[in-house]
Design a protein around this ligand. Structure first.
Ligand SMILES: Cc1cc2nc3c(=O)[nH]c(=O)nc-3n(C[C@H](O)[C@H](O)[C@H](O)COP(=O)(O)OP(=O)(O)OC[C@H]3O[C@@H](n4cnc5c(N)ncnc54)[C@H](O)[C@@H]3O)c2cc1C
Length: 388
């Protein structure tokens, strides 16, 4: 059993916080194309929500992963995708490797303020020329005495315009592509870090997404997370939590749209009856609800395995793939039933349609998930040398 009575109190506290402190502001933040990350994260940090499964020594709650999963699912009740994603970056994308592999010194400097909500974190993996093919990134960090000197650029970085530090994946040697990378914590105020632009996006509009350049950025080598050359491996491990988070955050968001669609189609009349009375409509909504429950079961199973210390690459990959596919089918079907209103920006369904589209792309596209699964099934033909 993944969740027990012990989860009830933090779950209720988070639900209350979302209803009082987040949802009333979502429309304004979506319009502004940014939300006040420092202000919101400080409040979440004060309640302990930014470190549920992080070590107590650095301000975390020291709980197991089930609490982080509970939080990801509850964040799906936020009435947009951008704000929960930004919170997920702080808790489940930019900090898991730091919490697990970072030295005490680097954890004190970067993890403690992230858990407290005093600093905003972001994760820098993707580059203008390398998204799906993570191994081919070009940003490099050359050793110079006790420092690294970093040059290169990162693309599509969530929280990028507001972040205090970036968990940066960079090449630290010229060796084989899976063993030449390191994760390094880089304060965003360091000379040579330039937030070049905020990207204008289809969805996730309340979340800021940046392109960032690094021009001879000098940071101490002690800012590295764990061992030099292990960055690719650490990032692949970190991706499991990112992918499970991405899938779990969809569940309540999907149910919200199903229920909103039931309400709308029940009240909307055509041909002498409600739209909902058409069997094609209510059957489709029942089918979508079934798919959401199936996805939930897969995610909970992966969560249980993670709590038990098992490798969840297979289940997390499947969950992320399924969540992306389902998000597209479900929001498209629901939007259709809202007719012309579905095409306006006045209804929740159009926002869900735009926001949910990212799940099939961010954190590894559907095709990358399929590649991972095919690799595990032994069905992936070898690609170009060095890339397999
Ligand atoms: C809103 C948003 C927020 C993001 N936040 C972050 C962040 O915080 N940090 C970060 O590092 N990155 C972030 N990303 C980047 C994201 O992870 C990448 O966009 C994603 O991994 C895909 O990489 P790409 O865009 O370079 O696509 P490409 O690698 O150019 O691929 C394009 C498409 O080609 C297809 N494709 C790729 N490989 C294959 C294959 N082998 N077989 C068949 N088809 C294939 C897929 O459909 C894919 O979508 C974010 C992106 C967005 C849009």
């Amino acid at each position: 059993m993944l969740f027990t009575a012990d989860h009830d109190e933090p779950r209720r506290a988070l639900q209350k916080f979302i209803a009082a402190e987040i949802n009333p502001h979502v429309d304004e933040w979506e319009k502004a194309e940014i939300f006040p990350a420092h202000e919101l994260f400080k409040k979440l940090g004060n309640l302990g929500f930014l470190g549920l499964n992080k070590p107590v020594a650095f301000g975390g709650q020291g709980l197991d992963y089930s609490y982080a999963l509970m939080m990801a699912e509850e964040l799906g009740a936020i009435t947009c995708g951008g704000v929960p994603m930004a919170i997920g970056v702080q808790t489940d994308m930019a900090t898991p490797a730091l919490a697990r592999f970072g030295s005490d010194e680097v954890r004190r400097e970067f993890l403690t303020p992230a858990i407290a909500g005093d600093q905003v974190a972001c994760i820098g993996v993707s580059e203008p020329g390398a998204g799906s093919d993570v191994a081919s990134i070009k940003t490099h960090a050359r050793s110079d005495g006790d420092d690294y000197v970093i040059n290169g650029g990162k693309m599509w970085i969530t929280n990028g315009t507001q972040a205090d530090w970036i968990c940066l994946l960079a090449n630290t040697s010229d060796g084989p592509v899976h063993r030449n990378k390191s994760l390094i914590c880089v304060p965003m105020k360091t000379r040579g870090v330039q937030v070049a632009r905020k990207l204008d996006k289809l969805g996730m509009r309340s979340s800021d997404t940046a392109q960032i350049f690094f021009d001879n950025v000098r940071v101490p080598r002690r800012n590295r997370i764990g061992e030099e050359g292990q960055g690719f491996t650490y990032q692949m491990i970190q991706f499991q939590e990112e992918r499970l988070w991405g899938a779990a955050a969809c569940l309540k968001a999907h149910e919200f749209i199903i229920n909103a669609t039931i309400d709308y189609t029940r009240s909307r009349k055509a041909f002498g009856g409600s739209i909902l009375d058409n069997q094609v409509v209510h059957f489709k909504l029942a089918e979508m609800q079934t798919e959401v429950e199936l996805l939930r079961s897969l995610i909970y199973r992966a969560g249980e395995a993670l709590v038990a210390g098992e490798d969840v690459t297979r289940l997390a990959t499947m969950a992320k793939l399924k969540a992306g596919r389902l998000g597209r089918e479900l929001t498209d079907a629901c939007l259709q039933y809202w007719g012309g209103m579905g095409f306006t920006n006045e209804t929740p369904v159009s926002r869900a349609y735009r926001d949910s589209r990212l799940t099939s792309i961010g954190g590894g596209a559907d095709e990358v998930m399929l590649m991972v699964l095919c690799k595990m099934m032994g069905t992936l033909p070898s690609l170009k040398k060095g890339n397999a």
